[in-house]
Design a protein around this ligand. Structure first.
Ligand code: SF4
Length: 510
């Protein structure tokens, strides 16, 4: 029996939570909420020490959290105390409730280089912090019909993938004002009405009004989204039923005033992964983006990143929505030394762009896959492509994202090449297969990926990826989206099934 004091109950209830794992021998995970991915070396060391106690590694998630597994329920209070001392709380992980209840506002995703970005219109971090702190543990907002995902971006790149959030604020200029315009109703999971990209609500919000607007959206979700069933309880279902005009009116009613129009376009370019070393807005300072395939980070590597960030920077580190880590504020004269240290620590800042763009979900911890683990698959695929295609991959825009199931935590539907795990019955057991999607993207031509092949046995998924990427490179394309548009889905299908008798999508794959 675990004893919990009344003090601990009051401190931790509503602000900390364990999630339920079902695989890999882990029973509980937790997700440390790192607002906007902003973390310092001391905090990173604290999380590394915690990870060390629990199998020695952590995962950077695509919502800029840090996820740990193998947490024992009897250790929860100690673990929560440690996280609290570090200045963090946790997600309400897992939503282990069967009905449409107890959803919370998830970690706010934001520009990983906020405040140092040479191109930002607004530094979004102060707003991210204010919003995140307001909703964390706030009992008025802890029983949402389902989770609510927010992104806030200060520039015109799509690192935060605004199109797949319930609510996204994007910095824009209107005449001489700088504020935000808004996308709403995105989510690429399977809940009803199925995968949807967020739509543009053509409003302009001044920076000083942004907090109230966000609160109004969350309240509209809380009070109006369906509580009839869990699959209908996401905000996108409400937006689908209401349409943008009614949504705008309801937000205006909640705010008690009219919203200002924004007639301009959404200024988003495509994704960028902040690859390698880049110049900051501050003279003489650089940031170094370290690629982590699938976001896996050992305790030892976290310690090394913290040390290098202290030695060559200001100890400030960022977690990215593409599951990478950035050290900021590195002096020009220290960049080479920092890169050498990272390389020595097993984190070379080199390789194809796929090392930065590959994303994969935590998969079999949640019990929905049988292996191979999407992170292992992503890692093996990237290494294989680099071996086969080498320098030919340089400078090309392409990403790979893998989810273990239709819930889409690995964002496979907004990937150039996206894989989704589908376990199928085989004799007395279960065999892991993957569906392959292509042509998903965010930015100016945002679209959901199209199904290219279904139920490919896991052991041939790497072959299929290689065939597609080889054709992309051989065709002389720089951008995978353009390659997809030029080829069309049927030609791409024939590419990967060229050795398959009759071009069948199911069965053996060579
Ligand atoms: S996509 Fe599916 S398998 Fe992967 S973490 Fe999410 S629920 Fe689990």
């Amino acid at each position: 029996m675990i004893e919990i004091s009344t003090d601990d109950m009051e401190r931790f209830v509503d602000r900390f939570s364990l999630g339920r794992d079902r695989g890999r021998g882990s029973q509980h995970f937790l997700r440390v909420k790192v607002l906007g991915g902003v973390i310092n070396s001391e905090q990173l060391r604290g999380i590394a020490a915690l990870a060390e106690k629990y199998d020695g590694y952590a995962e950077v998630t695509d919502r800029q959290d840090v996820q740990l597994h193998w947490i024992r329920s009897e250790d929860a209070i100690d673990v929560f105390s440690t996280i609290e001392k570090l200045g963090f709380t946790t997600d309400k992980c897992g939503q282990g409730f069967p009905g449409p209840r107890y959803g919370d506002v998830r970690n706010i995703v934001s520009c990983p280089i906020a405040g140092v970005n040479r191109h930002e219109l607004i530094n979004p971090y102060p707003l991210v912090k204010r919003v995140g702190e307001f909703f964390t543990g706030n009992r008025d907002y802890l029983d949402l019909p389902r989770k609510f995902k927010i992104s806030i971006t200060g520039c015109n790149t799509s690192c935060v993938k605004p199109e797949v959030n319930d609510l996204s604020l994007i910095a824009v200029r209107k005449n001489s004002d700088v504020g935000f315009t808004v996308l709403a109703g995105g989510s690429i999971g399977i809940s009803m009405p199925g995968p949807r990209l967020a739509r543009h609500l053509k409003i302009f919000v001044k920076q000083e009004d942004a907090f109230d607007l966000i609160r109004a959206f969350v309240e509209v979700h809380r009070d109006n989204s369906s509580r009839e069933s869990k699959p209908k309880a996401r905000f996108k279902w409400l937006v689908e039923n209401w349409g943008m005009q009614r949504l705008r009116e309801e937000i205006e009613n909640r705010l008690g005033r009219k919203l200002e129009d924004y007639e301009g376009k959404i200024p988003l370019n495509g994704e960028t992964e902040h690859i390698g070393v880049s110049e900051q807005r501050q003279d003489g300072l650089f940031y170094i983006s370290i690629p982590l395939l699938g976001g896996v980070l050992s305790a030892n590597k976290m310690m090394e990143i913290a040390r290098i960030a202290d030695e060559y920077g200001t100890g400030d580190v960022r977690l990215t929505p593409s599951q990478n880590v950035i050290i900021i504020n590195v002096r020009r004269e220290d960049v080479d030394a920092a890169l050498a240290e990272l390389s020595k620590a097993g984190m070379p800042v080199e390789g194809s762009s796929l090392r930065w763009t590959a994303v994969a979900c935590p998969a079999d911890f949640c019990g929905k896959t049988t292996g191979p683990h999407p992170k292992e698959l992503a890692s093996a695929a990237v290494e294989r492509l680099e071996r086969r295609l080498g320098d030919q991959l340089n400078g090309r825009r392409i990403n790979l994202k893998i989810s273990g199931c239709p819930n889409g935590c690995g964002q496979h539907l907004i990937a150039d090449i996206g894989l989704m795990g589908v376990p199928v019955r085989a004799g007395d057991g279960v065999k892991q297969t993957f569906d392959i999607y292509v042509g998903g993207r965010v930015g100016p031509k945002a679209s959901i990926g199209k199904l290219l092949a279904s139920r490919l046995p896991a052991e041939v998924a790497g072959d299929a990826i290689e065939k597609i990427v080889s054709a992309f490179v051989a065709g002389g394309f720089q951008d995978f989206g353009e390659f997809c548009d030029a080829m069309g889905i049927e030609q791409l299908k024939s590419l990967i099934f060229e050795n398959e008798k009759g071009g069948e999508e199911h069965g053996s794959f060579k």
